[in-house]
Write a protein that binds this ligand. Structure first.
Ligand code: FNR
Length: 188
């Protein structure tokens, strides 16, 4: 397939509903996409004193981000923002100054919550960070998934037809968006 998408799941939980959502999105994606997960659980806490001597885990993380043609963020909302571990990873990817891995990457943002507004506020927080980092963002369609029990099985199978159709459409749009960005903006 022509496009490799790095998947960044914002939850470290073994029971994560966002991980289920990420699996569902991969199952429903067009064949032009292939996926790999970018993990960040082993990163230390970001400290700018380490900018001159980046830890190997952070170098590996940045390489993984750079190697992706596009990035799919699938994240919960924590206290009306994004989880700290995810923000920590984004910070590592953005430094040292002038060497950010996020610049011009085509990105999509989606999330699931048992709460009624389904990560809308957390996604806005992520979007302002991605804006500052000069990542490209698919701005529509937006996707706020209200996660009810059984909506997505552990293997990523979606049990509600209208949700399945919506997620399929979301990934088709993300493919269109990625193709457009990569045509217009030469990647580093
Ligand atoms: C939450 N949760 C939550 N939900 C929400 O809709 N808005 C919020 O601000 C928060 N805040 C929050 C903070 C913390 C520290 C936790 C642990 C949880 C609930 C959250 O949506 C729920 O636990 C999801 O299941 C988390 O996603 P994963 O880990 O299942 O993918």
């Amino acid at each position: 397939p022509p496009y490799r998408v790095g998947v960044i799941v914002g939850s470290l939980s073994r029971e994560s509903v966002n991980r289920r959502l990420a699996l569902a999105l991969q199952r429903l994606a067009p064949p032009e996409f292939e996926f790999f997960e970018i993990s960040y659980a082993d990163l230390p806490l970001y400290n700018r004193d380490l900018d001159t001597d980046y830890p190997q885990a952070a170098l590996d993380f940045k390489d993984a981000v750079r190697s992706a043609d596009a990035l799919l963020f699938v994240t919960p909302e924590y206290n009306r923002s994004i989880p700290g571990a995810l923000k920590n990873a984004i910070d590592w990817g953005s430094r040292p100054w002038g060497q950010s891995a996020w610049t011009d990457k085509p990105t999509a943002v989606i999330g699931a919550s048992p709460g009624q507004i389904g990560t809308a506020v957390g996604q806005q927080s992520l979007r302002s960070t991605l804006s500052f980092l000069n990542a490209r963002q698919m701005t529509t369609p937006e996707a706020y998934i209200h996660f009810t029990p059984g909506l997505i099985e552990a293997d990523g199978e979606v049990t509600v037809a209208s949700t399945e159709e919506f997620l399929r459409m979301f990934m088709a749009k993300f493919l269109e968006y990625t193709a457009r960005v990569l045509t217009v903006i030469p990647q580093a």
